[in-house]
Write a protein that binds this ligand. Sequence first.
Ligand SMILES: [Mg+2]
Length: 215
Amino acid sequence: MKRLAFFDLDDTLVDRGQAFGECVRTFCSDLGFDEDVEQWLLGAMYERAYRSDFEKLRERFSLTVPVGELWQRYSRGMADAVISTPAVLSGLERLRSTGWLVVVVTNGAGDIQRAKLARTGIDKRVDAVCISEEIGIRKPDVGIFREAARMVGAEGLPGGWMVGDSAQNDVAGGRAAGLRTIWLSDGSDGVEADHVVSNAAEAIDLLLGLDGAHA
Ligand SMILES: [Mg+2]
């Protein structure tokens, strides 16, 4: 039977945190928006960005640029800015070639998450993508993990793993769903993951090193 590995996207398979500040700065300077707009966006979208953030922005700063254009520009900018390392990309390929089903399980808006997946080439290296906005369930709700498993015909999550950087969404959520967990640590205490690593490539190596009995 195939083994099951779920991966978070932002700040797990790609470096959203690093790309975000630069992307917002470029977005604002391209559109001639001032410092107040930039600061507002940096705060509002720190965790995650949705089209509705730009509706709020237009209202707050009486902007005339259509919301669709703002969202499209930002989404394209983020997709261009995020990076997935060669080690992660080849690691995903190795997992699949050694009998793992690989699924991205991410909170966020469908269009921007899919743009990042396509731009980095992750979309061609996974079996399925499960995005909260598209299914109406967000991590840490166990329902999103069940839906992700269903997408690849692995209902019941037998022997599955969840890899991610969020103690709440990925580790606590994954555990609640009966998954074993690998946490990309931010250094905080009291997180009960099965393994702690510093990046996704390390997590993939760890999964590849599991023998059949423990995987
Ligand atoms: Mg994350």
